[in-house]
Each structure stands twice: as structure tokens, then as C-alpha cells.
Design a protein around this ligand. Structure first.
Ligand code: EPS
Length: 384
């Protein structure tokens, strides 16, 4: 079973991702992981912290000569702004952050909670996801995330059409945009909005999207609720800081349509029998690649909604936890908008859950054994 945990405070010495259950025999491209960490640090609207940090991973275990050993992998990302010991207690909780419920829950202070609740922790999740993507790539499974909406500005939803655009085309558009949307030509309009809102001391949220191509039929299961892939993906995505909602495929829009407008017809094309869909084609992909908690061979399509960051330079009303008197919430250096970063994070938590499901179905102790099981399954399925 593939799983991971993270450790580390926002201003502590380092973040750690500990990955267990990863197969042996995969050469790891570390600069490729670092490139995703750099992308997570970017996007228009980020605050001063990203000018201090230069995120990169060091493997503390699990690799020998750059190849996975099949033992736990510990990845470290050093915090340059490691000033936790010098930081003071916070007594005015920020509405929307972990401050109030966390302090009461732990019978302690706000600092102890906000340091771990901070989205800084997502660097470790991206590292784990970027590692898992290298395993997915062996099987031809590719992932991309981008921004579809920011501060109420719709930035195009076209990345979802079956194979239109292709993932390389989609990445090229996204990487040309400082917002990570598929419409770089709209960047000036979006960054002007972020600037305006930042000047007001306020923050912005948005919607991010992820597509996974090359999936086989049958990852996940219909058989038990806690192993359904849609449920696991929702858990992973909803557990990203500031994410308030997830849609798979048509999502909420399906609730407003008739069944005949929602469900994807099943066709068969003998010419496509050799492909991962085994010849079964679907003219539409409203299901977003998942039926009954299993992949159906279509691209996996997910959208997630991010609320605006809760640290406001123009603070909201709060209460001093010591005096219980009304005071403005605390302000600490923060971002005006981190929706672009969220697109990278959601992309990587989705990738990790797909890798978990891949190992569940085709898992072995080594990548070679997984490849053999992958081939055996597809041969058997084609022989029916
Ligand atoms: C965050 C506050 C800011 C963000 C941080 C999330 O950090 P700082 O207080 O050091 O300026 O920049 O995000 C990151 C550091 C990051 O790497 O994503 C918060 O309170 O959640």
C-alpha cells in the first residue's frame, strides 16, 4: 500500500515528506521534482516569503544511486525562513484560518497551530506527488493542472474536452501564463485585479482544474466505500488548505440536466482494441473518467474551488483571546492570491491518489513486477 505523511512547521528548519510502499527499481529524476516545487512557489499574487525560499528536495532515505530501493523515501525541503524559535505568540485569531478552533482544541496558543496549518506544508505534498508522477509516467499516465477561474473571472474550461487540447498543448499554454491559466493573453487583466484587491488589503480565491490522461480501466473499486477512487480523490483534494469544494467531470451541473444529457454513451471500435480503453470508446466524458468509483479509461477530470486566503492586510473583526475584548485579527505577511499555487498542489495530490490506486491494482515489490502485472491484466481483458 502506497501512503505518505508530511511533517514540518512553516518557519521550522524543514518540511519532510515520508513515502511508504513505493516500488523498487525506479530511477528518480530529482530536478523534475524540484521544477514542480518551483512552479508551486510561483503564480501572480504571491507574497514576500517566496522571494526568500528556493524549494528543492534532498532524499534522506530510500534511494541508492538515484534508484528507489523499495524502502521508505524521506524527502526534505529546507526552510530558509527558519525563524520559529524567535516568533511570538499570536492572540488575535484570523477568521477563516485554523487559529481559533486549533488554539481551543489544543488548550494552547495560536502560533502552535498556524505554523502547521500554513500552506507552506503543501511543498511536501507536491514533492510526494511529483515523485509518484514519475511512477505514473512509466505506465503512460500523465497529469496536468491549471487555473480556470480567479476572483470571479472565468478563464476558460476547454481543457476538459476528450483529448482537446492534448496535455502537452495544455501545459505549453499554462506555462506561458503567469496565472497558470490556459489564456496567457488574459494575464494582464487578471494581475490588474490581483493588484487592485491587494491594494485594498484583501485576498482572492478561484477554481483550479486537473486532468489525468492515459488511465487504464479499473483503478479504484465499486466494492467498498473507503476504496472508491472518487471518494479518495475528494478526500485528498478537500484536504488541501483553503479548498472548499470539488467536482468530478460535469460535477454540480449534472444535477441540473436529464440523464440522457449526462451519461456517456458506450461505443466499440475494434481498431482501438490495442489501446488502454481496450476498444471501448465514449463520445463524451461527462463522468470525468470515473464510474462507480472506478476509472473507465477516459481522462480523469477534476475541478476544485479555493476560498480567498484568510490572512487579510485589512483585518476582519476578531477577539483578543487573553482579554476577550474585540480587536482586529492579526496580520502576518501573506499572499494576496495563491490560486496558481493551488493548481500545482491539487495536480500533485491527485497524482498521488492515482498512484495509490495503480499500486493497489498492479502493485508489486518492483516496477518490473508492476509492468508484468499491467501487461497480464490487459492481455486477459482483451481476450474476453
Ligand atoms: C501562509 C503564510 C505565508 C505564505 C505561506 C502560507 O507565509 P509567511 O507567513 O512565511 O509569509 O507565504 O505559504 C508558503 C510559505 C508557501 O510556501 O506556500 C499561511 O499562513 O498559510
Amino acid at each position: 500500500m502506497l501512503r505518505y505523511w508530511t511533517a514540518g512547521e512553516s518557519h521550522g528548519p524543514a518540511l519532510i515528506a515520508l513515502i511508504d510502499g513505493f516500488p523498487a527499481g525506479l530511477p528518480i529524476d530529482i530536478p523534475k521534482i524540484d521544477a514542480e516545487l518551483v512552479r508551486r512557489q510561483g503564480g501572480y499574487g504571491r507574497g514576500g516569503r517566496q522571494r526568500i525560499e528556493t524549494d528543492s528536495v534532498t532524499f534522506l532515505s530510500g534511494l541508492w544511486h538515484g534508484v528507489t530501493l523499495g524502502s521508505p523515501l524521506a524527502m526534505q525541503i529546507v526552510n530558509r525562513d527558519a525563524k520559529l524559535e524567535r516568533l511570538e505568540e499570536v492572540d488575535r485569531p484570523r477568521p477563516g484560518h485554523a487559529d481559533l478552533p486549533g488554539a481551543i482544541k489544543h488548550l494552547g496558543g495560536v502560533r502552535a497551530v498556524l505554523e502547521r496549518a500554513s500552506a507552506r506544508e503543501t511543498a511536501a505534498r507536491v514533492a510526494a506527488g511529483a515523485l509518484s508522477r514519475q511512477l505514473l509516467s512509466v505506465f503512460g499516465i500523465e497529469v496536468a493542472g491549471w487555473v480556470t477561474e480567479l476572483g470571479g473571472l472565468a478563464l476558460g474550461d476547454e481543457g476538459f474536452g476528450s483529448g482537446q487540447p492534448t496535455l502537452p498543448e495544455l501545459r505549453a499554454l499554462r506555462d506561458a501564463s503567469t496565472i497558470y491559466s490556459l489564456h496567457p493573453e488574459r494575464d494582464p487583466e487578471v494581475s490588474a485585479l490581483i493588484d487592485r484587491v491587494g491594494k485594498d488589503g484583501d485576498t482572492l480565491g478561484g477554481i483550479v482544474a486537473v486532468r489525468v490522461d492515459g488511465l487504464p480501466i479499473g483503478l479504484g473499486t465499486h466494492a467498498q466505500w473507503d476504496r472508491k477512487l472518487d471518494g479518495r480523490l475528494a478526500q485528498a483534494v478537500m484536504a488541501v488548505q483553503a479548498i472548499k469544494g470539488i467536482e468530478i467531470g460535469m460535477g454540480f451541473a449534472a444535477a441540473r440536466c436529464r440523464g440522457s444529457e449526462v451519461h456517456d454513451a458506450i461505443h466499440y471500435s475494434p481498431a482501438e482494441r490495442a489501446g488502454p480503453q481496450l476498444g471501448f470508446t465514449r463520445p463524451t466524458n461527462n463522468a470525468g473518467g470515473l464510474e462507480a468509483g472506478m476509472t473507465n479509461g477516459q481522462p480523469l477530470v477534476i475541478r476544485a474551488a479555493m476560498k480567498p486566503i484568510s490572512t487579510l492586510r485589512k483585518p476582519l473583526e476578531s477577539v483578543n483571546l487573553t482579554t476577550k475584548r474585540p480587536e482586529e485579527a492579526a496580520y502576518e505577511r501573506s499572499d494576496v492570491c495563491a490560486v496558481s499555487a493551488a493548481s500545482v498542489i491539487v495536480e500533485h495530490v491527485v497524482a498521488f491518489e492515482v498512484a495509490v490506486a495503480l499500486i493497489e491494482k498492479f502493485g508489486g515489490d518492483s516496477v518490473e513486477e508492476m509492468q508484468a502485472r499491467w501487461s497480464l491484466f490487459h492481455d486477459l481483458a482483451r481476450s474476453r
